[in-house]
Design a protein around this ligand. Sequence first.
Ligand code: HEC
Length: 243
Amino acid sequence: MKINKLIIIAGLGLLGVAIFFLFGFYNIAASDKHWKITEWGLAQVRDSSITRASADIVVPDNLDDPQYFVQAAGNYNAMCSSCHLAPNSDAGEQELRTGLYPQPPDFTQALSHDSARMFWVIKHGLKMTGMPAWGASHSDEATWKLVAFIRQLPTLDKKQYSELVAKYGGSHMPGGGHMPGGGHGDTSPHGEAAQGQSHSDGHSKNSPGKAEAMTQGHGSAENHENKATDTPKSKPHGHSAPH
Ligand code: HEC
């Protein structure tokens, strides 16, 4: 008798939950904040998931090499600064970030970041947050450079940052870390023509011919990096610096 009552109460409870969620009573708006306890719970789930997934990632030992981290300046500026800010962000550039929930962390502030965790998040993204999985279109090498750059970002002032961005082009330059074939899954070792094509597909400031010529010869190294494991290389590649 007692057990039957419990089952009925549990069933009614489930029905209530189903009606609430399936009939539109839950407010999905980003402008409607979670309860504090829900926020806390989601953060726990996120942090434990990242901890487990990134446990075996080996961090390269050259992240603080001044020649290495600077190479991600253009990529960071093009791909990340609209959400994670930059030393030269003005109010207008914060519009995207302001409406995001959860708010992306401000990487111009000194935060305690674990490099392996950052690498994993950048590569795989975070569900239901707006944080993209950049590994879908970028090599592990390019991702480590971003990790290295974020570690140094709080030490850069407006002028230093702008100079680095001007000097070390964007993601669509040769050596910027884009996957051969523009990240559409073309990992064929003979993808040089396609690769030249993708870099000149309206992304590169160079003429198509020049972009193609500049991309030649990087193919084999990039294809190698492309065997996307979470195991990094410890040495940067000489070809990565834009010319
Ligand atoms: C469209 C907005 C958006 C863009 C663009 C974006 N991110 Fe994020 N990022 C987020 C959000 C949102 C979070 C998660 C915040 C949370 O979970 O509380 C996040 C989280 C992260 C984290 C984890 C932070 C931590 O506290 O450990 C890292 C690392 C990161 N992003 C790096 C990057 C990098 C590098 C780029 C550019 C290649 C980038 N993000 C581009 C929105 C963005």
